[in-house]
Ligand binder design. Sequence first.
Ligand SMILES: *Cc1c(COP(=O)(O)O)cnc(C)c1O
Length: 404
Amino acid sequence: MYKINENYLKLQGSYLFSNIAKKVAAFKSENPDKEVISLGIGDVTQPLCPAVIEAMHKAVDEMANAETFHGYAPDLGYEFLRSAIRKNDYLARGVDIALDEIFISDGAKSDSGNIGDIFSKDNRIAVCDPVYPVYVDTNVMAGRTGEFVKATESWSNVIYMPCTKETNFAPELPKETPDIIYLCFPNNPTGSTITKDELQKWVDYANQVGAVIIYDAAYEAYISEDNVPHTIYECEGAKTCAIELRSFSKNAGFTGTRLGFTVIPKELESNGTKLNALWARRHGTKFNGAPYIIQRAGEAVYTEAGKVQTKEQVAYYMNNAKTIIEGLKSAGYSVSGGVNAPYVWLETPNGMSSWEFFDYLLANANIVGTPGSGFGPSGEGYFRLTAFGTYENTLKAIERIKNL
Ligand SMILES: *Cc1c(COP(=O)(O)O)cnc(C)c1O
């Protein structure tokens, strides 16, 4: 008789967004006259920019002719897209990444989950707390996390790196030695980030202890400060210890269009085995490529028009972030994030728990946000608001919070 992967039974219910949805639905049915504004889920609201739409239309037309039709994409992704990435995301920042070190995918969520395929079950992972849940849950599925301990809301074999006010919302080097370190900067959910000097310490540490860093740079486009690295490969020695994940979701609004990529330098080796070769094998065996039309759309992000138009979108969201931060500060809240990321992380007032504040905000201001405790135990007492709404709704929401 067949058996299932019992690791799936260990997964803790992802109650966060379903709990939120349930509470919001209940509130709406009891208060049909109230206009609820969501600054909760991390999804974009602006449409794809004209340069991207134009490229997609053109690619669709190509698919209608035998001469210009495209079937399966090359394993690593089309060279036109990998060249644009190499030139604009890396060479322009003084980093030389080869074309065959870039793997096009359907997004950073899949890659951050799938990357575990090339690592032994006997690795110990370290994650920030609070954390993007995908890193932990995919390791639970792989059997790397041990048992869930209810009392501490944490996994017995995971090293947690608390990111709280005391640490300036950045992780500190762990006391126990991990094998795989997940870092995400600028960060979801806290909106915090670290400087290049600080990231260099992590690179040095990983090289020293023989750990690999999985660096999620999905929010790179939101960086506004000069001393914040746009890619981990700006740090010396990163090519021997780091994998970088990138996405078109947040910089160009591809959340529903799906495109991302992973960088694995050929210098990255474990006992003489190149991780690049393992991932190439994994990619070629289990994935048949992002669609041609979407890869052309991604290429358009790097055209002159595409750059201008996507920058405008990012600026639009960052203006929302500024509106949220200034409004909350003037209302007496303690806030962080929102400067290099589209997330504002606030301390719940009067010692309220994250969920108490959620209920309070929904009932009294009709605003939906995300309880910090849903991202990990150190998120308790915090709350996330996103800048991905429309400007009008953001403004309205902040006025309501000010009037509480
Ligand atoms: C949104 C997000 C991504 C992007 O995921 P896609 O699958 O590319 O849409 C990756 N990492 C984090 C932390 C995110 O918040």
